[in-house]
Design a protein around this ligand. Structure first.
Ligand code: GLV
Ligand code: MN
Ligand code: MN
Length: 416
């Protein structure tokens, strides 16, 4: 077998920098929201790069992109790698894109070494891992897992009131084939995603690669608090039914539950708050806020939600407000395949790459792909663990080292 060359940090940098030019907020970080002009531009750029690498391109009804580097036996289930290219608002240039670019570089290395693969290697760009536009994350991988169908796509609306289904239809995706998006066990042999770490754990430990054991999963709630809108000066402290203060109390209750969780890893976040009417001298009559709870233990996560609901009842009666809770999603944590993680470990050892096992506090498309295929993730360090921020940074040399480990792993899987 031909020897694989080394991943080029310059290639990785060029691809990442170019994807980063597709950006609706160049003045502050990177914003690339699903199916906006920059996001469609980045999709087209990535598809063009895939073609240059000899890959054939398919897209499904929800817009997942599959770049196929063919194996010698088309009857065998393929190996997947990849991630996402959409971002949160004012993000960095690595979250998601690194995994796609690492997949491209892996294909380049395999092609240049003249290595033939038995199984096809597919670089996947999953549609909208971030919940930025439709509030729900992992849209593409969720549909692949059979957890988002056409009817549900019609119920997801963006801020302008347009449904995901309508957007897909307008953009010419084959929505009539939505049923064909779903994959079942056996369709995919293995899926390995490279991603930035998003905690400081690798950097602090001085490790270049993190091998993920478990991917924590989110529960997302939309909480609506209805009080009574009235005059800030005219309404005494006893009379008011302030929706915002009630929401604040609930946020602090939630923080307390998160801090005192006895799970291995729990986070709670209130990241989006809409205050109505949002004026200096008006007591807010309504507040809608998001709750994002992460845990690697599904049962513990549900226990926390129960405790939060109990606190809601208490705040309702004490403050004279009405609270409704809509569960947006309640996902299952995903364990990575020990067979693949051992293979990643073997590659780290062979390549002399310092590694450690870790868990992912962030969710990823692999969390849902794991429903129908064995999955694993390779993390590379983030500076100061900062992500979802313009300050997000990963060294290109670390990305190249992670890509070498990914490539070795993919070759082994594709020839298994
Ligand atoms: C994904 O970006 C997440 O919020 O974990
Ligand atoms: Mn992200
Ligand atoms: Mn991501």
């Amino acid at each position: 077998m031909q020897q694989l060359g080394k991943a080029s940090s310059a290639n990785i940098e060029t691809w990442l920098e170019t994807i980063n030019t597709y950006n609706s907020t160049p003045e502050f970080g990177t914003t690339r929201v699903l199916f906006t002009e920059p996001e469609v531009g980045a999709r087209n750029y990535v598809k063009g790069e895939m073609k240059k690498l000899g890959m054939t391109i398919h897209e499904d009804a929800i817009g997942n992109i599959f770049g196929v580097y063919p194996g010698t036996d088309a009857t065998l289930p393929p190996v997947w790698t990849g991630s996402h290219i959409d971002t949160v608002l004012n993000a960095g240039m690595f979250d998601g894109m690194s995994g796609v670019v690492a997949g491209l570089e892996a294909v380049r290395l395999i092609r240049e070494a003249g290595i033939s693969l038995r199984r096809s290697l597919v670089v996947v760009v999953y549609t909208s891992e971030e919940p930025t536009r439709f509030k729900l994350g992992c849209l593409g991988s969720r549909a692949l897992a059979g957890k988002l169908d056409a009817a549900e796509a019609a119920t997801l609306h963006d801020a302008a009131g347009t449904s995901l289904y309508e957007v897909l239809e307008q953009l010419g995706f084959p929505v009539q084939d939505f049923d064909l998006v779903k994959r079942t066990p056996g369709d995919v042999f293995a899926a390995v995603e490279l991603h930035i770490d998003q905690t400081g754990v690798l950097e602090r430990a001085g490790k270049t690669v993190g091998i993920v054991k478990t991917i924590c999963a989110p529960t997302v709630l939309e909480v609506e608090v209805v009080g009574r809108q009235s005059h800030a000066g005219g309404t005494s402290m006893e009379e008011r039914r302030d929706a915002y203060m009630a929401a604040c109390e609930l946020a602090l209750v939630l923080e307390n539950l998160g801090r005192h969780s006895d799970s291995e890893y729990t986070t709670v976040t209130v990241g989006k708050v809409d205050v109505i009417p949002n004026a200096v001298n008006v007591i807010p009559g309504k507040v809608v806020f998001s709750v994002d709870i992460r845990d690697c233990d599904y049962d513990k996560k549900n226990e926390l939600v129960v405790k939060f609901r109990q606190a809601v009842s208490k705040v309702e009666s004490e403050r004279g407000v009405g609270v409704t809770i809509k569960m947006v999603n309640n996902d299952h944590p995903m364990g990575c395949s020990p067979k693949i993680t051992q293979l990643i470990e073997k590659n780290c050892c062979q390549q002399d790459v310092p590694y450690m096992y870790t868990i992912s506090g962030a969710f990823h498309d692999s969390m849902l792909v794991g429903d129908f295929a064995p999955v694993a993730m390779i993390f590379v360090p983030s500076h100061d663990g900062i992500s979802h921020s313009p300050q997000e940074w990963t060294d290109f040399d670390d990305l190249a080292a992670g890509t070498d480990v990914l490539t070795g792993t993919l070759v082994a899987l594709a020839n298994a």
